[in-house]
Design a protein around this ligand. Sequence first.
Ligand code: GLY
Length: 413
Amino acid sequence: MNLTALTKIILFIACFVFARPVLSQQRNQNLIKTGFNLAQQQYHHMLENSPDLSMYPRTTAKDGSLRYVNIWDWTGGFWPGDLWYVYEYTKDTVWKKQSIKWTESLEKNKFNTSNHDLGFMMYCSYGNAYRLTGNENYKDVLIQSAKSLCKRYNPKIGSIESWNSRLSWDGKTMWHYPVIIDNMMNLELLFFASRVTGDRTYRNIAIKHAENTMRDHIRPDYSTYHVVNYDTLSGKVLNRQTCQGYSDNSTWARGQAWAIYGFTMVYRETKDPKFLKTAIHLADFYLKNKNFPEDKIPYWDFNVNENGFHPDWKYDPSAYKVVPRDASAAAIVSSALLELSKYAGKKGEGYKLNAVQMLNSLSSSVYMAKPGTNNDFLIKHCTGSFPHGEEIDVPLVYADYYYLEALLRLKDN
Ligand code: GLY
């Protein structure tokens, strides 16, 4: 081999080794830019069409129109959260003004003790508001919200009650003290409250809740139950069921997504390795599942139409030729994996790669709206609750929220 040939080979290898990360960084920057450009266009229209601060955009209704909800809905915090993320990216005060308006009109919820969703409602709105402005009034609202959330904690059970007592989906079981996997997401508000007040009560409640969820909602293979119902006298588990999943023993895609995100966040706040191990196993169940599609956007439940899984609701498989996806779960998981990638040692690179693949799918024309369509939301093909026949193959305001959050995490990754 002469020197010129050797030099060429060395140059080729050097280009491959050094240029590849630069190119992939460039591709990621383009992905982020495209997402936020679309967000600015879509949300500009959304704001023009939605002047009433008591009507929060949530999804597309059955008649195709934009469906709004009032300030008490569990999704209220996501619209201001979307606007805060656009402000964070653009630094344009026009977005800041809008974010403040839509955040502040949620304030009455600081005294809301009717459900567990206060974390979603207040931390996605006021949490981002405080982080990006430092306004002390927002901190006070968040502390009061954390106090309200803690009113739903029962020390005998060691968990925060998600919903008030109600009948199960098939009407056969009374859920006295239902705790759902989604509730992991509300704990971030409690960790915040301890950090800013120095009072460890909030944090202790969050940790106990997370430990119980680890014990009671997670199966040996690290798939998750949606609903666990407890006996209020003994504190023991009475039932493990579902409300939004396919069957009691199936894995509802968004439930698994909340779990991956939730345990990653609890690890960030506690640095307790048991939570990291749990987050990693939950993520691996999701990513390695034989029913996980190639484009990495999950079916609404991992076990739809599978033997051994029996819905206890009226399910007609012929009504859907293809099983609907839930792009909202993909958005949540992509954001979670970008955080998990920083804690997971050697596995981190793989989680980041998966997250980027998910974001590429979500940003493709299959899942990403064309400007002026999709009722001005960004992400298409989400499922709210299939068993209830609600929000199937629609945009959902929280899919947009976690998608934008993931893009910002990718920017800083
Ligand atoms: N927390 C409600 C949901 O994920 O649909």
